[in-house]
Design a protein around this ligand. Structure first.
Ligand code: KPL
Length: 312
């Protein structure tokens, strides 16, 4: 099985390193030639939760703009939502008529951003609560144990290819599960990201420090109430109490992590806030449900994209 990881950020590097252990020659596609050259020269370093440093030297690392790319059976699309529309037409260059595409983005709506080029029966959503931190172009740190659920977008069946890959990963001890209720998982993850990502980004704190911040509970309650109401209008029933517990558990399990939104702001990049809190606001509007907490956070994160992150 040939696998491609498209996107060499924290999640992409973490999974590229893992996959290289079972599938030597896993294709890793980078946005820049500089990153490609660095990983080719030095290998990809992963620091595990045990603090041990391991280097993978058996990846097939390419710049995503290279003219010829090999065809792959499964494509892990790990780029941010903001990048999905930019590369949508390119993704098929590494696929073939029956390859599966796993979408790893936070937030909602990535499958629509891919456009009509990609057949929806080949799309899977991968919902993960694992923590990872990109420490450099060729090094990543695993910062928190979590789990990953994978299920078909808008469909019922899981292809033998995806099912087989999940089996290989499970038998190697990874917490990854096929999930037929992936839309529900995506809403749960969205709720978690709606709380953790903007608040850690605006307060410039690691995930573990978030629950101790003054005002945290009031923000969390306000955000989650809105997400629960909007999800219900979309046919997904969530429990606010369970979600609060999950948010606290993810903060604990990924304590050392900087959320992806904080990492984006610190690098001066555009965040995924429009697809996270912004998506809740948009859907709220469609259903006539006010979402002042999520709207306010969307606005504040946009301001921080312009003005930078405040001191932590
Ligand atoms: O998904 C994440 C992110 O940072 O985007 C969590 C799970 C909150 C880990 O930081």
């Amino acid at each position: 099985m040939k696998i491609a990881v498209w996107g060499a950020g924290a999640v992409g590097l973490l999974w590229a390193h893992r996959l290289a252990g079972f599938f030597p020659g896993t294709l890793l596609l980078t946005r820049t030639r500089e990153q490609r050259d660095k990983i080719r020269a030095e290998g990809l370093a992963l620091t595990g939760l045990d603090g041990v440093h391991r280097i993978a030297r058996n990846l097939d690392v390419r710049w995503s703009r290279e003219e010829r790319l090999p065809a792959c059976d499964v494509i892990f699309l790990t780029v941010k939502q903001t990048v999905v529309p930019v590369i949508a037409a390119e993704v098929r260059r590494v696929g073939h008529s029956s390859s599966d595409i796993w979408l790893w983005q936070n937030g909602m709506g990535q499958e629509r951003l891919l456009g009509d080029d990609i057949d929806s029966h080949r799309l899977y959503r991968a919902v993960t609560t694992e923590g990872a931190l990109r420490e450099g172009p060729a090094c990543v740190r695993h910062t928190g144990r979590g789990e990953t659920r994978v299920g078909p977008v808008g469909g019922e069946s899981i292809s033998p290819l995806t099912a087989g890959l999940i089996r290989v990963l499970v038998s190697s001890g990874f917490s990854i599960f096929p999930d037929r209720e992936i839309d529900r998982r995506a809403w749960e993850k969205l709720a978690i990201n709606c709380v953790i990502n903007p608040l850690t980004a605006l307060w410039n704190v690691s995930n573990g420090d978030l629950p101790g911040r003054e005002g945290f509970s009031a923000w969390m309650d306000g955000i989650l109430k809105e997400v629960v109401r909007v999800a219900e209008a979309e046919g997904i029933v969530l429990s606010e109490a369970e979600l609060s517990e999950k948010v606290r558990a993810v903060c604990r399990d990924t304590a050392a992590n900087r959320s992806s939104m904080l990492q984006d702001l610190l690098r001066g990049e555009k965040t995924e806030v429009d697809y996270i809190n912004g998506a809740v606001g948009e859907k709220g509007k469609q259903h006539g449900i006010p979402t002042p907490f999520n709207d306010r956070l969307t606005l504040l994160v946009h301001r921080a994209e312009e003005e930078g992150v405040p001191e932590g």
